[in-house]
Design a protein around this ligand. Structure first.
Ligand code: UDP
Ligand code: MG
Length: 317
């Protein structure tokens, strides 16, 4: 019996690239003769023809499977669904836009097959074709999060990753609502091999990330894998208390020794503004964690499936 490799592809409005993607991955699947393949497309509530395209592929090739969401739940949710539904002994996660080169797959599989690794990740060593300002903030983000979190986040790491069943099961055992996959992959551990490659631009369609979206994603990532901001808030409070204490002593001594010349209204306002600002900042930080806790305790499902290829076949039969 051949081992089965599941290719999980999250798709959100990817109709223009799907045919091209299928051609490429199909080619690779014929090169890797020692494995059986399934292509599991996760339609993340696309508004274009994506689902129709996927169903056309399904008609052509029974190895194509799909899971279609009831609305857009985001890439993290699509990834989880893909891992949940994948049946393979090995699973690879790949973007639909060919930014994760399918040609790398045979090499990735070599490492897994050797038995020395449980997981093969990929990282971009260049960020070519990306706005420089975005690369700049990305660098800062990785510096920050690695300082703040015990879980190591690799700069430039993609979600393109080949895993054994054991790793997949570990990842889907974590059902948290606020998912930050880079952190989750790294949190589960296992022996990971990193392969490097040059950045590839999307073949067609558009990126789904705005700068603002990335910023919010970064903050989510930090909150999900570190509580250091809370400690910083506490330390800030402590420092200000100490400063205030020193000031009190200074003022009391000054008044007793030199009398009490009233003045310093502007400096007072500055201090009030500064302290007020810091209080709000600390509240905001606490609020972030509280909000995450709130969402988490509701225990809502990460995604809702509208139908899969099995439902479709039932209707057609
Ligand atoms: N994606 C998704 N749901 C979303 C946004 C994106 O499933 O809400 C998918 C998208 O179809 C693609 C992958 O996630 O396959 C990466 O998206 P994109 O190429 O826009 O991100 P980038 O490569 O620019 O980081
Ligand atoms: Mg992309």
């Amino acid at each position: 019996m051949k081992k089965l490799l599941s290719v999980v592809v999250p798709c959100y409005n990817e109709a223009p690239v799907l045919d091209k993607f299928y051609t490429e991955i199909n080619k690779v699947s014929h090169e890797m003769t020692e494995l059986g393949f399934e292509f599991l497309f996760v339609n993340d509530g696309s508004k274009d023809e994506t689902l129709k395209k996927i169903e056309e592929l399904r008609n052509k090739d029974p190895r194509v499977r799909f899971v279609s969401f009831s609305r857009n739940f985001g890439k993290e949710a699509a990834l989880l669904a893909g891992l949940d539904y994948a049946k393979g002994d090995y699973v690879v996660v790949m973007d639909a836009d060919l930014q994760d080169p399918p040609e790398m797959l045979p090499k990735m599989y070599e490492y897994i097959k050797s038995g020395e690794y449980d997981s093969v990740g990929t990282r971009r060593v260049t960020r070519e074709g990306e706005p420089p300002i975005r690369s700049f903030f990305a660098r800062i983000f990785y510096k920050l999060i690695n300082r703040m979190s015990k879980v190591e986040m690799v700069d430039g790491a993609r979600d393109y990753r080949l895993m054994t069943r054991q790793v997949v099961d570990a990842i889907i055992s974590m059902r948290e609502y606020n998912r930050y996959s880079k952190g989750l992959f790294s949190f589960v551990g296992f022996r990971t091999k990193w392969l490097e490659y040059q950045n590839v631009q999307r073949v067609a369609g558009e990126t789904h990330w705005s700068f603002w979206g990335l910023l919010v994603y970064a903050i989510d990532g930090i909150c999900a894998f570190s509580t250091v901001p809370l400690i910083l808030a506490a330390i800030m409070g402590l420092v200000f208390c100490l400063a205030a204490f020193v000031m009190i002593v200074v003022i009391v001594v000054k008044t007793l020794a030199f009398g009490d010349p009233v003045g310093g209204w502007p400096s007072m306002i500055c201090v009030i503004l500064l302290v007020g600002g810091i209080q709000l900042l600390a509240l905001g930080i606490i609020g972030q964690y509280l909000a995450k806790t709130y969402l988490e305790t509701k225990g809502r499902p990460v995604y809702i499936v509208q139908r899969t290829e099995e439902d479709r076949e039932l209707v057609l039969a």
